[in-house]
Write a protein that binds this ligand. Structure first.
Ligand SMILES: [Zn+2]
Ligand SMILES: [Zn+2]
Length: 349
């Protein structure tokens, strides 16, 4: 095997590129994956722009990984065999907190991530550490699954977790803030749950236009109109029964409450930048309108498994949200994603 590889090295905010680096070293309990595809996540975009408190540069980012095992450490479980193809999601649960012990892994209070604690998958090879093999989210890929689409299984797993927070029996209308990959997948998933009117909201026309292939009933560009008034108009003054916030804009949290119908459900999908996370909330609206606000983050291994099944069986269209790039063209792919010209970049080393 060769001794060096190409990898995306993050050196600081808006300072990143492809570099030649030594192949990852694996210890006796780890495995080495040859990366076949790796998606660029919304959280990666934030890291590229602003840095990340858990990422110490220079560092290889990337956590939506599909690859093939090329080396198995001498002490690793014999279940791992060279030639096996895996989808690796980044989350490694702590295994000891109260939630892990209750098998409510998606609530783990101190999970760690590949691409933050351990070097990530935007590279030709990635070491999968023993901790991830034991307590992470790794699923074998069936021979028939498309490896580009399978790279989106990680964000799709987060969407499936989010949907569990919603009581769909009363949801006739919904609004989704953010027409990125998450918004486009949520749109398809909630349509299948029988929601009649789905409104997609974003400040970027390029992204709204791509999302139109998933047939939202209305799209709203927040730069053009007042979103609260517009939703009231579309819903005859009632508001929407479910709101998903799949964008990191603080104003959206206030708008989500303002556009909710009585009994409305708000799913807080996206985190906010730490210094902007204190949001003004009108508690009287929550009280008098009987609103329900649910947070959701990460997923369980089961959500990830289910996500792979949906992709493999063509139950969700992820193909049309993906633009592929050779890994060596990382800069152009990342720029297109940062500018909102494309929805999801998947890189192929
Ligand atoms: Zn991701
Ligand atoms: Zn835990």
């Amino acid at each position: 095997m060769k001794q060096t590889m190409h990898a995306v090295i993050f050196r600081g905010p808006l300072d990143f590129g492809i570099e030649a680096v030594p192949l990852p070293h694996i210890s006796s309990n780890d495995i080495l994956l040859k990366v076949i595809t790796c998606g660029l996540c919304g959280s990666d975009l934030r890291t590229l722009k602003f840095g990340h408190r858990k990422v110490t540069p220079p560092f290889i980012i990337g956590h939506e990984i599909c690859g093939e095992i090329v080396e198995v450490g001498s002490q690793a479980s014999p279940a791992w065999k060279t030639g096996m193809r895996l989808a690796v999601a980044p989350v490694v649960y702590c295994g000891v907190c109260i939630y892990c012990r209750q098998q409510r892994l998606e609530l783990c209070e101190s999970y760690q991530e590949i691409g933050q604690v351990w070097p990530g998958g935007l590279a030709e090879y990635v070491a999968i550490p023993a901790d991830a093999l034991r307590r992470g989210v790794i699923n074998p890929l069936s021979p028939s699954i498309d490896m580009v689409q399978a790279a989106v299984s990680e964000p799709l797993a987060a969407c499936l977790h989010a949907l569990e927070k919603v009581d769909f029996s009363t949801v006739r209308s919904a609004a989704i803030f953010g027409s990125g990959a998450i918004g486009c997948m949520l749109l398809q998933l909630i349509r299948k749950r029988g929601v009649q009117t789905i409104i997609l909201i974003d400040p970027n026309d390029d992204r709204l236009n791509v999302a139109k292939i998933f047939h939202p009933d209305a799209t709203i560009n927040t730069n053009d109109v007042d979103v609260v008034n517009e939703i009231k108009t579309i819903t005859a003054g009632i508001g929407v029964d479910a709101v998903f916030t799949a964008t990191a804009a603080p104003i959206v949290q206030e708008q989500a409450i303002a556009i909710s119908s009585h009994g409305g459900q708000i799913i807080v999908f996206s985190g906010l930048p730490k210094e902007q996370a204190q949001v003004r909330v009108d508690y009287n609206q929550i009280h008098y309108h009987n609103l329900r606000i649910s947070g959701t983050s990460i997923y369980s291994p089961d959500h990830h498994k289910k996500a792979l099944e949906l992709i493999e069986n063509g139950k969700i269209n992820v193909k049309d949200i993906i633009t592929t790039y050779p890994l060596l063209d990382f800069i152009s792919g990342a720029k297109a994603a940062l500018n909102g010209e494309i929805i999801k970049a998947v890189f192929i080393p």
